[in-house]
Design a protein around this ligand. Structure first.
Ligand code: ATP
Ligand code: MG
Length: 318
């Protein structure tokens, strides 16, 4: 059985009459890269602030590495590194001083700190900026520095609030690579993002939150498999569409044949839901050709991952 290094049960947070977090239950396995996905105001930061002991829940509980956020906040803080959504106000420090300061806060002995700072700077690719003031760094560099800071006491779990927000495409990719590297170092990563499609390829598991409620969560490999089970194929043919429809309707991996009338696309196009693999798909095409269907277009539609995802999870939402 996998060890759940983060366990959240029935977590609720009220701000006055507003329920920012509504009965959230969620587990994250040790070693996971967990993506916590949701729109603005969904409750991501609220959840992370509770997990990092900065905010008390109205009800429910959470433990990290076996430490309860309510009963053992000091234990939780030792186990986690937290990168908040806004960069702190330590800008009059040099880069190395900034890391030294945080390492000192975590009681890392002075003689260990200098070597450790160089290692951390190398990890986030800021070695060349060691002696410059923090304020002279670009946003992406500040974000990497902030990430280095969360590692100063070698925590097991990293809680990162939108680590890639405001970064350019290249810096986003670098941030993703960094997260993978940290996972390889044995860290468990719990991070938030607005956009599922941007993070889907690095997450091992995800949770989608909306208006304080968890819409769905689970293993990414499983979710991807679910997505693969609902492929949409567009087929365009010359001539009469009836023989094509007939073949498709009899095919055991085809469901929901949508014709042009529903599609607002040219009369010779059909769209099908296909539940087979790539070889199955190529067999279907061969079948059509064998039956003298004049296929001129046969392609898979890759909709916005989010759309597809929401479609697949609709059952769970309702
Ligand atoms: N200190 C506070 N007092 C009152 N309401 C708050 C407070 N902090 C957050 N909220 C409200 O709680 C809800 C959840 O906010 P939260 O910051 O957790 O969302 P989020 O998912 O992190 O959003 P974003 O993507 O914008 O960062 C929002 O409606 C927000 O207005
Ligand atoms: Mg937030």
């Amino acid at each position: 059985m996998t060890n759940n290094i983060i366990a959240i049960e029935g977590l609720t947070k009220q701000y006055g009459t507003l329920t920012a977090l509504d009965d959230l239950t969620l587990n994250v396995a040790e070693g996971a890269i967990f993506g916590f996905i949701g729109p603005n105001g969904a409750g991501k930061t609220t959840t992370m602030r509770i997990l990092t002991t900065l905010l008390r829940p109205s009800s429910g509980q959470a433990t990290i590495a076996g430490h309860s956020v309510q009963n053992d906040p000091a234990g939780v803080r030792r186990a986690i590194g937290y990168m908040p959504d806004f960069f702190g106000v330590y800008e009059d420090m040099k880069v190395w001083e900034y890391l030294d300061f945080f390492a000192a806060c975590y009681d890392v002995p002075a003689k260990q700190r200098s070597g450790m700072i160089d290692d951390l700077l190398a990890l986030v690719d800021l070695g060349h900026k060691r002696d410059v003031p923090v304020e002279s760094l670009s946003r992406g560099m500040k974000q990497r520095l902030c990430l280095a800071r969360t590692l100063a006491h070698d925590p097991q779990v990293l809680i990162l609030d939108e680590p890639a927000s405001g970064l350019d495409p290249r810096a986003r990719i670098e941030m993703r690579e960094l997260l993978r590297e940290l996972q390889n170092m044995g860290k468990t990563i719990f991070f938030s993002s607005h956009i599922l499609s941007e993070v889907a390829d690095i997450c091992t598991s995800i949770g989608i939150i909306e208006a304080g409620k968890l819409v769905t969560h689970g293993d990414m490999a499983m979710m991807k498999k679910q997505l693969r089970a609902h492929r949409t194929i567009q087929i365009r043919v010359l001539g009469d569409i009836a023989p094509l429809q007939e073949i498709l309707l009899q095919h055991n991996k085809v469901s929901a044949v949508t014709t042009s009338a529903d599609l607002e696309i040219p009369y010779d196009t059909l769209r099908i839901d296909f539940s087979g693999s790539d070889p199955d798909l190529s067999e279907l095409l061969a079948l059509l050709i064998t039956n003298h269907i004049q296929v001129v277009g046969f392609n898979e539609e890759f909709g916005d991952l989010e759309d597809v995802f929401m479609h697949v999870t609709q059952g769970i939402v309702n």
